[in-house]
Design a protein around this ligand. Sequence first.
Ligand SMILES: Nc1nc2c(ncn2[C@@H]2O[C@H](COP(=O)(O)OP(=O)(O)OP(=O)(O)O)[C@@H](O)[C@H]2O)c(=O)[nH]1
Ligand SMILES: [Mg+2]
Length: 233
Amino acid sequence: MKIVVTGPYESGKSSIVHHITDGACINVERNGTTIAMDHGVANVDGMSVFLFGTPGLLRFRTMRKILSSGADGIIFVVDSVDEESDARARLFFREIAFFLPGVPCVVAANKQDLASARPVDRLRESMSFLVGLPVIPCSAKTGENIDNVLRTLLYLSMMQWCSVFKKMAEYSGSSDGLSQLMDDLNMDREQVVGYLRRFELRKLLEVQVGDEEFKVREEVRPILENPMTLMRR
Ligand SMILES: Nc1nc2c(ncn2[C@@H]2O[C@H](COP(=O)(O)OP(=O)(O)OP(=O)(O)O)[C@@H](O)[C@H]2O)c(=O)[nH]1
Ligand SMILES: [Mg+2]
């Protein structure tokens, strides 16, 4: 799955990508400020998760647009300490809602290790635009709850696709898998091939070029069949 990590300047986006990927990530930065992106891949229960952290300076909007393209989920990072960051968070939130309408989003209320961190209800009061979204208190510094943020988001993202995933798991390895998907999902060939390519890119399955067959990766089969397994830990 492709996850974009966005939010205002200095809220901790790069630190979160760094923590999730165990440091195996790149950060294109200058003097500690991301100027292009963070990128890394994490493995969650055998599933590859491609993370893209965005720059937090307003002027890098084009970069955020490029990085957001095709994302399956959003980690929206806010600074639990700095009240002045809230107004910037509002601008970013409008931007991401424009780039990725309807895409699942979980809010990471970061820097909770600091004594001056505001609790979630105070953050909700100050940032009313967060209404209806899960807000999870966490710390990229200590790692507290970061796994929870990621798993909650993956669960929400995968639930959006669950009827498609169930069918993919069912017809995996079948010699006419593609036609069976077309029938069951009531879609034309182009649409189904589009889905297969999308999830092949995300390393959930493999498709043979020009073939009627696809295979889901065995290690991700339990998640495709039941995304709830992501939350049982
Ligand atoms: N105490 C504490 N500090 C944090 C935490 N997360 C990030 N920081 C600090 O906050 C500052 C900004 O962190 P970054 O991860 O670079 O934030 P960013 O959102 O990527 O910043 P930009 O890319 O410049 O927008 C750094 O000094 C981090 O060490 C946290 O959970 N707790
Ligand atoms: Mg950064």
